[in-house]
Design a protein around this ligand. Sequence first.
Ligand code: IVH
Length: 676
Amino acid sequence: MTDQPIDALTEEQAANEAADLRPQLLKWGQQYYDADAPAVEDDVYDRVYARLVALETAFPAIVTPDSPTQRVGGSTRGDLPKVTHDIPMLSLGDVFSIDELKEFDERLRSNVEDDFDYNCELKIDGLAISLRYENGEFVQGSTRGNGQIGEDITANLKTIKSIPQTLSRPLTIDVRGECYMPKAAFLALNERREAAGKAPFANPRNAAAGSLRQLDTQVTADRQLATFMYNIADYGPLNTRTQSGLLDELAELGFTTNATYQVAHNMDDVAAYIDQYQAQRSDLPYGIDGIVIKANSLPLQRSIGATVKVPRWAIAYKFPPEEVETVVRDIKWTVGRTGIVTPTAVMDPVALAGSTVARASLHNPDYLEAKDIRLGDTVLLHKAGDIIPEISQYITAKRPADAQPYPVPTHCPSCGAELVHLDEEVALRCINPRCPAQLAEGMNHFASRNAMNIAGLGPQIVSQLFDRKLVDDVASLYRLTTDQLLTLDKFGEKSAQNLLTAIDNSRNNSLERLLFGLGIRHVGAKAARSIAAEFGDIDHLMAADSEQISAIDTVGEIIADSVVTYFASDQVQQLIAELREVGVNLTFTGAVPASDGEGQFAGQRVVLTGKLQELTRPEATEWLEQHGATVTGSVSKKTDLLIAGEAAGSKLTKAQSLNVPIWNEAQLQAAMDETK
Ligand code: IVH
């Protein structure tokens, strides 16, 4: 995209530029709508789109019928039943400044005789949905799709608590609004996914989109989605004749509406509303990406009408992306539970989108090298999906003259052992099993909610326990005394007692919690439960061979081999003996462990590449889709997983450079075995 002023262009230049922009936008649009996998940040799409609109507005002769400006955008995925929207679900035109907003207002007022008000609303960052009620009963729910035809997601929507099954009046109506994932639910979901070794969602909207397309509606139910309804296809059956009144009436009918709306008499009122919510944006429990203003009179809306794509009576003001400058002071390398060593940029603390940010992950050495972040660099920082701090780039002009590429460590920052790259992994690993940093991370996992569930034993306490040599493995936790705990920072009698009680209580957990908590490679909470239930106690399990373990329905060979290898180790046997000695229960007592509430590939975007040996591509795709994945053709930073067969080429290289998790065919087979 060029930034040449449009009025300096000839029609031919404009036509050429537009011809370049259209395929790009169509591609991004398709990735966004069809695969929930945006290839670029929304604001990049919006700006390129706005440029195309400007070119086509200045030179109407260059518009082509297939231009993205002539479509509502996107199409539906083939695997969900289609729903025709009798009255199309429109999108909104965008503006990016108050000046553009004023132009919109002037244009509208010049076409409307009488004075009129606007209703200002928050632009909720979710997915548009349409809910059909017949005689007051919820009968069908759908996505927007391409505006004319959407997908039937009735079963998924029925699990959302804020959607009423029955209205307070027996109306037949199509109500439209936004389905979103609250920020807290998003953070908790990603925490659970990471604890279970799954790729986190990039942002709440992607998480909501993935959740709404689940085949297993229990997964949708567990995702804590919410809705705000704000529109009706035909206001005929309502009593009200204003947009603000419509929001009140929808609430009376039983819908959840967003209460922050305000009627504005003029653009000063609108600007005040924008200021207010731009300032409060990060304190809201849900994401918003702008403000929508709508002519408040419903009959006026109807008489103003719409283009094929957007209403003429409403416009979205998009917030500028929040980006701040800060300086990188250090790059810290931390060791995770499985020995992966991750670089993190430590920066001068800055206020960004509602919190103070001083760290951003640089993921792995390849990512660090690609971004070329150096000490002393001034960098631009934003929050991906309004939540996760990410460095966009360093500012060339501000780079210190003597700045050097940051060296990748050769030895573990915790134990000093030599670091390695296993197989073709991009990740750098410490493979010393006694590495204190790994042991501390292992203890965090051991104490976590789905494992031994020791409330109050968080990372800060664990790291103090290791630093003060009060523990050296998970068994030693059970030998801690009140006096020892009193030596920890900010620990009094009461906190020491509470922690000891929590540790003590965990002795009685059923075996599956321990099995999961030990952090055996490939053994998730679900496999741990099946194994514990099958063998009944740890002695029978330790005596079992791989064949006996993989005979369990839900356990494959990879898991079974991993369990056998784990228990074959002298160190592990010693640990189990110690756990027995300190009174930790080693039998299955039938208690159902807290589930992580996840379908295996729920909402993940998976790419297949290379030649598979045992499976055909269609078989693998079908199985992945049945388990919640969206299988897409190209790797982007939004890809959650690449499955690489033999002779995988550029997709593999790209996935590695983007730090996308990579599986081989055997890992896919193991996952398939696990769910059999
Ligand atoms: S009104 C004809 N109001 O923004 C009515 N849309 O970028 C068109 N959105 O597709 C929609 N909050 O998914 C409207 N308060 C709000 C909204 C809102 C979020 C979404 C909606 C729409 C998209 C357009």
